[in-house]
Design a protein around this ligand. Structure first.
Ligand SMILES: [Zn+2]
Length: 941
């Protein structure tokens, strides 16, 4: 690859220290037990105790849809489905049933994916308390590797499920990418191997064809077993050897060979349109040969990663700055470096663009010019300093948190090592190496790399546009697309000037006079300290060791949107976004981003219905900046017309044609029905935008935040008290107060009463129907009710999956959930079920939604409930170790006097089939039900 060779050459000639390191090999993480059996099977085992007492199991296969013959298109993915429908040791739905009995949820923790060149199965978050359960998970992997039954009757059932999955994905993007792919890969199999395949194959293939694919490609030499978590490594290794060594590798097994992607000398120009595409999207791709797998073991590879990282981040900052100019033709644009669409052998530098309406050509040209400006003049010293500081700050953050890396992170790392030879590098090594290398790579070297990365030539250039089709619109032909490229190439350009504000967030003369901590008391129940400050604000401090690199803060006070009336509805709907795009203190939004380079902290204001919030987070190192930002959000929000102008164009574009998407119509209709048509609660709409008043938003923000004495600040995470106390006195105790009492909420949500039925059709080319049923009832917000409501949702999800999806193939997606609406004095329980899939079977799906609910109000299956309880108990262990969840626990306690922590597990354990059935009956008996059915009808063009 050009860049790689270039890098090595430059590094060698100029910088001897870096050059010497570049050639060094990256050591494989010694925490991983790795091995290969005689039959070619690779395994990885890593002991990890974060979180404790659980483990993840994976089998990764180096094959996918690219291995299919023309007559087999879709079989790789179909086979993945069959892995859950009967195997040697787990007949029928045995795998789903067995893992659920361990508290492992199908869909989230038990799942798989098929892509073009890999197929990966996983069982995650398995409790490790019983060794036999872990051994059984290895047996599942073993069955997946070569023990699938692929029974005829199961194949027949699954054809419908996969067909439904195809329906789900069949939106405008899917249709256009399927049409574009053969042109993106002329003369290559990659153009014809979308994993979902052809429905003609899915509906008609013979069993033996599936068996053939399975036997030909699922072989030990294409497979890796990965186990990460709180496991005994020696025992696991012995078990893997025992289970997998006996599998024979056929002597003449077909080899996985890389499918070539040909170069193109002339630019590939593709334009696709669709009636349901809401906004236009343009991609400019510069293809380049991928870094060879067998050379990824050198530090050189890490350097390439660093270079592409900083180059993209610098260019992205420029693109977002450019988008704020009112006459800029695009609303947003972004650059990225990585795999070219689907194909591992080919990488690309990609620019993705969202043009303003009617400005496609100008956008393509403008973004190309920005890229050319970077390639020709390079970046400036100040831009590079910020990008490098950001890179090092995120590296530092990972390093600080090194003993709290999740099983999922390590699992993915092992998978990528097996499939693509990505470095299996430990964070200590990465941190020490890159902390030394990054500062010694000078700007000149980065700028030379930019000119290699961003090609201005036609060779290997690909321009792709997905556009909205509508009457009266005109579309470019290839010649016009080419013209935009040539125009960008010949345009006169100048170097970029970096405007930076060189001053602290809060200057010496603006530094507030510190207040003090007036009193404090301990709370034993939740293990926190409650401070009362001199200005009347309350601060709650809970120190935790869940994450070494995290401190979270939430401040809240009552009032929220409910305080404001109808003329402010439009502004309130986009309040959070407008405030987020504003500046603080002396800094505009863009200046603030530049000033925060190298820092890991953030803050923003959100307006809920009955509360206003400030949310902030930081690493321990950047705490003071977090406090300064928070102080400024309370006292000095700054108008930024340019950024907000850009935001308004983004919103306009996103909202203008959103009703072309059936799901958006569904969500809006549901919202209308559930809120009795109250305009306050309608989602933001294109017609709202003219009434949005930015000055009014700033005024409301100032009004909501002006009285610190009404606020409670909850701070949870890894902080030192002696560091945080002075910061609290300096930046929270100093916040202004007004002496007013807190606002009580005024208007809250009301739920529809009685039975409400809404069946409607939507014109669409996406063949997907939806059924939704929602039960609501006024209900006391207690721990018991909240646990039961959650359990009821999970219970019904299980039932719906088994009946609607598995037994009747009436939907691909179905599920249920229970939640509380807590606005106002009267809490409401909401229990909803949803299914989406084949329109011909939608009536049946609706019937089954109702039936599941009715049946469970009479009798709850003990087995199903036991699985729900197991899952909830396991999830509680994870949630009780999360800082953000602790903010919820404490705020629920402070706001509503409800302890959702102390007796949580006891309450889950007290659930019985009888009390659950009675609970579901109570909800149904309230008699409030919304039934929503949306059916597609063909478009009348
Ligand atoms: Zn699937």
């Amino acid at each position: 690859m050009v860049i790689r060779r270039f890098l090595i050459a430059s590094v060698l000639s100029v910088f001897s220290m870096v050059a010497a390191m570049a050639q060094m090999a990256i050591p494989v993480d010694d925490q991983v037990r790795m091995g290969k059996l005689d039959n070619g099977l690779t395994y990885y085992i890593r002991h990890n105790e974060w979180p404790e007492h659980v483990a993840n199991f994976y089998i990764a296969q180096r094959v996918g849809s690219i291995q299919e013959e023309e007559s087999q298109r879709g079989l790789a993915h179909f086979l993945e489905h069959m892995a859950f429908n009967g195997s040697e040791h787990f007949p029928g739905n045995g795998i789903i049933d067995f893992t659920r009995s361990l508290g492992v949820e199908f869909g989230s923790d038990l799942n798989a994916y098929t892509s073009i060149d890999q197929t990966v199965y996983r069982v995650c978050n398995v409790p490790t308390k019983r060794q036999t359960a872990l051994d059984s998970c290895l047996l599942i992997l073993k069955d997946w590797s070569n023990g699938l039954k692929l029974e005829k009757k199961e194949i027949v059932k699954e054809r419908d499920v996969v067909h439904n999955e195809w329906r789900m994905g069949e939106g405008p993007s899917q249709r256009m990418i399927t049409r574009a792919l053969p042109k993106l890969y002329p003369g290559s199999k990659y153009g014809l191997r979308m994993p979902i395949g052809l429905m003609s194959v899915i509906d008609n293939f013979k069993r033996k064809e599936l068996v053939q694919y399975y036997q030909k490609w699922y072989r030990p030499d294409n497979q890796a077993i990965i186990v990460v978590g709180d496991v005994d490594v020696d025992h696991t290794e012995a078990e893997i050897k025992r289970l997998f060594s006996g599998i024979k590798l056929a002597p003449n097994a077909a080899q996985v060979v890389a499918e070539p992607v040909p170069d193109n000398n002339e630019p590939i120009l593709i334009f696709e349109k669709d009636l349901e595409m809401p906004v236009n999207q343009i991609y400019v791709m510069m293809k380049t040969e991928a870094y060879p797998d067998n050379e990824k073991g050198d530090i050189n590879y890490l350097m390439l990663d660093y270079m592409t990282d900083v180059v993209c981040s610098m260019l992205n900052a420029r693109l977002s700055e450019a988008a704020q100019e009112p006459d800029c033709p695009f609303v947003s644009a972004n650059s990225d470096y990585g795999q070219y669409i689907l194909s591992k052998p080919m990488d690309n530098f990609e620019l993705s663009i969202q043009p303003k309406e009617g400005k496609d050509m100008e956008s393509r040209k403008a973004v190309r010019i920005e890229a050319r400006r970077a390639a020709q003049f390079g970046f400036t010293g100040t831009e590079y300093e910020r990008a490098r500081a950001d890179y090092l700050a995120s590296l530092e953050k990972r390093y600080t948190n090194r003993d709290k890396q999740t099983n999922a992170f390590f699992g993915d790392q092992c998978r990528d090592h097996f499939l693509s030879n990505e470095p299996l590098v430990n964070i200590e090594f990465l941190h020490s190496t890159m902390s030394a290398i990054a500062p010694s790579i000078p700007l000149e070297l980065v700028n030379q790399a930019v000119s290699e990365l961003i090609s201005v030539k036609d060779t290997n250039l690909v321009v792709l546009e997905f556009a909205r089709e509508a009457e009266g619109l005109t579309y470019p032909n290839e010649a016009q697309m080419k013209q935009a490229i040539d125009a960008a190439r010949s345009a006169q350009i100048e170097a970029y000037v970096d405007n930076v504000k060189d001053e602290p967030l809060i200057t010496e003369e603006n530094m507030p006079t510190a207040g003090s901590i007036k009193s404090e008391k301990d709370n034993k129940q939740f293990g926190y300290k409650e401070l009362t400050l001199s200005n009347g604000a309350t601060v709650i401090l809970k120190k935790t060791d869940f994450k070494n690199d995290e401190v979270r803060m939430q401040a809240y006070a009552t009032g929220g949107k409910s305080v404001y009336g109808e003329k402010d509805y439009a502004s309130l709907k986009v309040f959070d976004e407008l405030v987020g795009y504003s500046g603080i203190g002396n800094f505009t939004g863009t200046e603030l981003q530049k000033a925060l380079a190298g820092k890991n902290c953030n803050a923003d204001i959100n307006l809920g219905l009955t509360y206003q919030y400030l949310n902030a987070n930081s690493t321990p190192k950047d705490l003071e900046t977090m406090f300064q930002m928070s102080y400024l959000y309370f006292t000095a929000l700054k108008k930024d017309e340019k950024q907000v102008g850009n935001l308004m164009s983004q919103l306009e574009l996103a909202l203008k044609n959103k009703d072309l998407q059936p799901t958006s119509v569904l969500v809006d209709t549901l919202s209308y029905v559930m809120n009795n048509g109250n305009p306050r609660f309608m989602p933001v709409n294109i017609n709202d935008l003219p009434s949005v008043d930015y000055d009014r938003v700033l005024q409301i923000a100032a009004e909501r935040m002006r009285n610190a004495s009404q606020f409670t600040f909850i701070i949870v995470g890894n902080f030192e008290e002696e560091t945080i106390r002075p910061l609290i006195e300096q930046y929270i105790a100093s916040l202004p107060t007004t002496g007013e009492k807190a606002d009580k909420y005024r208007e809250v949500r009301t739920m529809p009463k009685g039975k409400v039925k809404k069946h409607f059709t939507v014109e669409t080319d996406s063949p997907n129907a939806y059924s939704i049923i929602v039960q609501t009832t006024p209900l006391a917000y207690t721990l018991e009710n909240s646990v039961k409501l959650d359990a009821a949702g999970q219970l019904l999800s299980q039932i719906y999956l088994a009946t609607i999806r598995e037994e009747e193939s009436a939907a691909y997606t179905c599920g249920a959930s229970g939640s509380f609406n807590l606005s106002g004095d009267q809490p409401y329980a909401i229990l909803e079920g949803i299914s989406s899939g084949n329109p011909d079977k939608n009536a049946r799906a609706l019937e089954l939604l109702h039936k599941g609910l009715q049946d469970n109000a009479v009798k709850v299956d003990a087995d199903a409930l036991a699985k729900v309880k197991e899952y909830m108990l396991k999830q509680a262990d994870i949630d009780f170790k999360s800082n953000s969840n602790w903010i919820n626990i404490i705020s629920t306690w402070k706001m509503r006097g409800l302890d959702t922590y102390t007796n949580y597990k006891k309450t889950v354990e007290s659930l019985t089939p009888e009390n659950m059935a009675a609970f579901i009956k109570q909800i149904i008996d309230a008699g409030n039900e919304v039934e929503l059915v949306m059916t597609p009808v063909a478009k009348t063009k």
